[in-house]
Design a protein around this ligand. Structure first.
Ligand code: ZN
Length: 314
């Protein structure tokens, strides 16, 4: 059994039937990269799951945070993730289920054991949604920000031990992936994906251990996403709606048939589903079967705190 599957099994996960919460978060192995779902639910609390958020672990350290939806503040702590170890935060879009807990998580910067600096990247803005820069200013800007008492996050001043810089607004219309962060161990690319008319990004994380692609909400109609995600060892896709969802839902989200076709075209080693909602949870087994008509690799139904690590030897 390869390492990834072994870890999943340790956590009580089996293909297409994830177990209960991990009693012990298990995404801290050295010499590999893993992704831990902080939240596996949608924007409504009736699914009894935290909203979207993922920590990328590299060599046992919580290096990247992708999204910070409602509930991920608690899961971030339960996962054992540390602000001291983070190098990058990416926000896919400014729906509450992907961004509402960002201030709550960053507030911990008052109480860090050591100083740190983190790059923050998100989409550019539209008439209806802020850019990453504008969102940060709305939250933490001096005098006018909702949480202006955390203004020191800009430069690690005022008793805060975290500097959030640079802040990157990604051109979601760019034809090529945008390199948004790079250091000796990881490269992070962002790419615009069609989530109705909401400016939204997918993220691709490359390290010497392999590649993880996290798609946030999207309707699956941008062909370039397939190229963006090709070569992924692990692909994370939302399972938000059913095939019989109405047109408005399908403008925002990909139904199982589309998720299955995308996964088949991308052909990752492992497909992890997240962003379940009340109705898609009720129809989960049927929806997974639809996806498996197209994609024949391993499919995992993510749960809060589920961890997926790379195969050995990468
Ligand atoms: Zn959304």
């Amino acid at each position: 059994m390869n390492h990834l599957l072994r870890i999943a099994t340790i956590l009580g996960l089996t293909a297409v039937s994830a177990g209960a919460f991990a009693a012990e978060p298990m995404c801290r192995s050295p010499h590999t990269m893993g992704i831990q779902l902080l939240g596996s639910g949608g924007p409504i609390s009736d699914d009894a799951r935290a909203s979207s958020g993922e920590v990328i672990w590299i060599d046992g350290k919580s290096r990247l945070l992708i999204d910070a939806g409602g509930g991920t503040y608690l899961r971030f702590g339960q996962a054992g993730a540390r602000l001291e170890d983070l190098h990058f935060i990416g926000i896919s879009h400014f729906h509450t289920d992907h961004s509402a807990d960002l201030p709550a998580i960053l507030k911990g910067a008052y109480f860090m054991a050591s100083d740190n600096k983190v790059t923050l990247a998100g989409p550019d803005g539209s008439d209806a949604f802020p850019s990453m820069t504008a969102f940060f200013k709305d939250m933490f800007g001096g005098k006018t920000g909702s949480f202006a008492y955390l203004e020191g996050l800009r430069d690690g001043s005022d008793g805060l031990h975290l500097t959030v810089s640079p802040i990157v607004d990604v051109d979601r219309h760019a034809e090529k992936p945008s390199l948004v962060y790079q250091d000796a161990e990881v490269k992070v690319y962002a790419y615009g994906i069609p989530h109705g008319d909401v400016p939204t990004l997918a993220f691709r994380i490359e390290s010497k251990y392999g590649t993880i692609v996290v798609s946030a909400d999207q309707n699956g109609t941008r062909q370039g996403f397939v190229d963006f995600a090709k070569g992924a060892d692990i692909l994370v896709m939302p399972a938000a709606i059913d095939d019989d969802a109405d047109a408005a839902s399908k403008f925002l989200h990909a139904p199982p048939t589309v998720v299955g076709k995308l996964a088949a075209a991308i052909h990752p080693k492992v497909l992890v589903l997240n962003h379940f909602m009340g109705k898609s949870l009720r129809n989960k087994d049927a929806n997974v079967k639809i996806i498996q008509q197209y994609y024949h690799g391993q499919v995992y139904e993510g749960r809060d705190l589920s961890c997926f690590e790379m195969p050995d030897g990468k």
